[in-house]
Design a protein around this ligand. Structure first.
Ligand SMILES: Cc1cc2nc3c(=O)[nH]c(=O)nc-3n(C[C@H](O)[C@H](O)[C@H](O)COP(=O)(O)O)c2cc1C
Length: 238
């Protein structure tokens, strides 16, 4: 019996954390069109969702965010962050900041799975998806990966890991010889060991362990931290 006590405590903390998360000030009932979210992806730089990007950058900033993969007509405001009165997926917002600093091309990782817009349903759905090891089908594809030497790859931490769709992503591409720089958004788990996971999936890529991570609540104001981190990595444009 005693050996279950730590497990129970962890479960209780987790549930409490997600209840707080779900009822936080992000859940104000507003809804946003997911199409407008996709349009926002065209922020700082070129954006691509399958077609070859038209820039000559050798840097790609690929990201997955719930907001661009939720209910067709609307997404819960729990999945977005507001910047200059515009809604962005949280990981998308950080991707935009990195693209702006580096001049890299943006790529939105999308799947045919329509994730529940309701946060509690999403949490349950993702737990089951992870338990069953589902590999969601990708609906956007990088056609010109050869053009890129450096690939920033960002995603939310879901249940202490990458979203399952990221396993599909790393299954689809061979990043051998390229540099992968991970970034995450989270509610406390930071990178949650994901650089090591990516290195296992892409053994012949150089995976930078010092990835960027920011909590959901701080993401909208993370531009300066992103710039400082990039400066340390020496990937910032002059
Ligand atoms: C299904 C689900 C599971 C989550 N699991 C974790 C977790 O294990 N650790 C953590 O710190 N945050 C967790 N979060 C919080 C997300 O990482 C956070 O909300 C993030 O900002 C979402 O980014 P996005 O809006 O770009 O999808 C979880 C959120 C969801 C929806």
């Amino acid at each position: 019996m005693k050996k279950w006590i730590p497990v129970l405590i962890v479960m209780l903390v987790l549930v409490a954390g997600f209840v707080v998360y779900g009822s936080s000030d992000h859940s104000d009932g507003q809804e946003y069109e997911s199409e407008s979210m996709a349009a926002q992806a065209e922020g700082a730089s070129e954006s691509q969702s399958g077609d070859a990007a038209e820039s000559d950058s050798n840097i790609l900033v690929a990201y997955f965010t719930a907001a661009e993969n939720s209910g067709v007509d609307a997404v819960s405001s729990a999945s977005v962050t507001m910047i200059d009165d515009e809604p962005y997926g949280v990981s998308q917002a950080v991707a935009n900041m990195i693209a702006e600093e580096t001049g890299g091309d943006l790529f939105s990782i999308q799947t045919n799975v329509v994730y529940p817009a309701d946060i509690n349903e999403l949490i349950d759905y993702v737990a089951e998806e992870q338990d069953e090891g589902v590999m969601p089908e990708l609906t956007t594809h990088i056609e010109n990966l050869d053009d890129y030497d450096t690939v920033f790859i960002g995603f939310p931490i879901w249940w202490y890991d990458m979203p399952q769709v990221m396993y599909s992503f790393f299954d689809e591409y061979d990043f051998s010889g390229k540099t992968i720089i991970p970034f995450t958004v989270h509610n406390g788990s930071r990178l949650s060991g994901t650089p090591a996971t990516i290195q296992e999936l892409e053994p012949d890529a150089v995976v930078i362990e010092d990835g960027f991570s920011v909590s959901q609540g701080n993401a909208a104001d993370a531009a300066a931290d992103v710039a400082e981190w990039l400066d340390g990595l020496e990937y910032q444009e002059d």
